[in-house]
Write a protein that binds this ligand. Structure first.
Ligand code: PHE
Ligand code: NA
Length: 452
């Protein structure tokens, strides 16, 4: 319905292009690196259940809302929120929501780029036969070696940030479509191959059991917050990434159907990654709670022992790199779009400024894994602090505000017109966005604070 307004940054060529880009944003390190390791740290099944419930009851309705706000506002999240609040006759201070999101994306990218750098380093380890015939001890030593080396991590972090900004400079609509079109099916195939290997590992059932048999005594309030925060993180919600992509979406596209596809693809990739990894963990007597190194300490074992492991190993880490790249560009796009709109500078310079600042923070994140690992705030090093602050706090708060704005502040006639859903579907969405999603986020926060 928004054909009358178009984004100054360009538009997707089709609905399919938007789906590809948004799926590219969603599927990333969150699915393959983060989901398995936080599941391992939080005891498995019960944590997975809470995460899946949050995706369905909070993530899906908020994604619908975020795409809708973007398409109607047609600008960077800050200006979109400004425009829409004026349009709804509401307080223009809603635009601070855009600020919160922009800063969250910036902070996430600082560490996201470091982890993506690890994936790049592993492309080369795989290429030079580094996994061949290794045992668990050697694979762990390899990862510890990378952690102990600020220089190696800096090199890869710098390269990753440079590539990200190159892509963003060209405008997100360019090469992105092609990259994701090949990326998703390839990622899917290689995960299936890893799952097949996991089936032969001797501990497949233990792995499945760990992932899917819930034992709720294993999780506490903080685990629930982590699961909820991860639902936002993995779906790229609560910070304007999906909103800014929605602003490049042509009118007359079913937002709800699009959302189901994106959330479905994201969830499947995460579950496949978990199914591939945990049998390996148990078959090799590794620690499920090993932390951020989990995939780097398990998957090389599979590649080092299976037929065709050299090829699959190289391919896997190349694909992981691309998956990270299609997410990282969406983390910085709100900042770049805002700089172009408000500071009146060209896209190129906006990229150089924002990319450099983000890179600098990333350097500190690299050090938090080695020379600064002793520096802690609230018992967390810089990496852990940034992750907690963004995924567990900023994204859920951003999402809560998005839900309140879409559910209560916007006129119902407007949301109805924008979403063009069948009447029943619209009613379900309304209940979720007005009551279920905000109340859940709120209750989880109260629970963590010990009030409830
Ligand atoms: N969804 C991405 C992932 O799972 C991370 C991300 C978060 C991207 C927020 C954009 C915004 O890897
Ligand atoms: Na994801």
């Amino acid at each position: 319905m928004s054909d009358k307004t178009r984004s100054i940054h360009g538009e997707w060529s089709s609905r399919f292009a938007f789906i590809l880009a948004a799926t590219g944003s969603a599927v990333g390190l969150g699915n393959i690196w983060k989901f398995p390791y936080i599941t391992g740290q939080n005891g498995g099944g019960a944590f997975v259940m809470v995460y899946l419930a949050c995706v369905a009851a909070i993530g899906v309705p908020i994604m619908i809302a975020e795409i809708m706000l973007g398409r109607r506002g047609r600008q960077s999240p800050i200006n979109t929120m400004q425009r829409l609040s004026v349009e709804a006759g509401a307080d223009p201070r809603w635009h601070y929501l855009g600020w919160l999101g922009m800063i969250a994306g910036f902070l996430i990218l600082a560490y996201y780029s470091v982890i993506a750098g690890w994936a790049m380093a592993y492309i080369f380890k795989a290429f030079f036969g580094g996994f061949f015939g290794t045992d668990a001890g050697e694979v762990k030593a390899m990862f510890d070696g990378l952690m102990a080396s600020p220089l190696q991590q800096l090199f890869w972090h710098t390269l990753f940030m440079f590539i990200t900004m190159q892509v963003v400079m060209r405008g997100v609509q360019g090469g992105l479509e092609k990259a994701v079109r090949f990326l998703m099916p390839a990622l899917f195939v290689i995960l299936m191959i890893l799952v097949a290997y996991a089936m032969s590992s001797g501990a497949y059932e233990r792995g499945i059991d760990f992932l899917f048999s819930p034992d709720f005594s294993k999780i506490d309030a903080d685990a629930v917050l982590t699961a909820m925060g991860h639902a936002f993180f993995t779906l790229s919600l609560g910070m304007g990434a999906i909103m800014v992509y929605g602003s490049y979406l042509p009118g007359h596209v079913s937002i709800a159907k699009t959302t189901f596809f994106i959330a479905g693809a994201d969830t499947i990739v995460a579950l496949l990654a978990g199914i591939a990894i945990f049998p390996l963990v148990f078959a090799n007597n590794l620690e499920a709670a090993a932390g951020p190194g989990l995939i780097f300490q398990t998957l090389p074992l599979a590649f080092g022992h299976m037929g065709g492991g050299w090829l699959f190993g190289v391919l896997f880490f190349v694909l992981l790199f691309f998956a990270a790249l299609t997410s990282s560009i969406s983390l910085i796009e709100p900042t770049v779009a805002w700089l172009v709109e408000n500071k009146n500078i060209e896209r190129r310079r906006a990229c150089i400024w924002s990319g450099s600042a983000c890179w600098a923070l990333g350097v500190a994140v690299v050090f938090s894994f080695n020379i600064w690992s002793g520096h802690k705030w609230f018992d967390k090093n810089l990496f852990e602090l940034l992750d907690y602050l963004t995924a567990n706090l900023m994204l859920p708060i951003g999402g809560l505000c998005i839900a309140l704005f879409a559910g209560w502040t916007m006129r119902q006639a407007d949301t109805e017109q924008e979403l063009e859903m069948p009447a029943q579907g619209f009613q379900v969405w309304q209940v979720l966005i007005k009551y279920v999603a905000p109340a859940s986020v709120f209750l989880v926060f109260l629970h963590v604070l010990g009030v409830l």
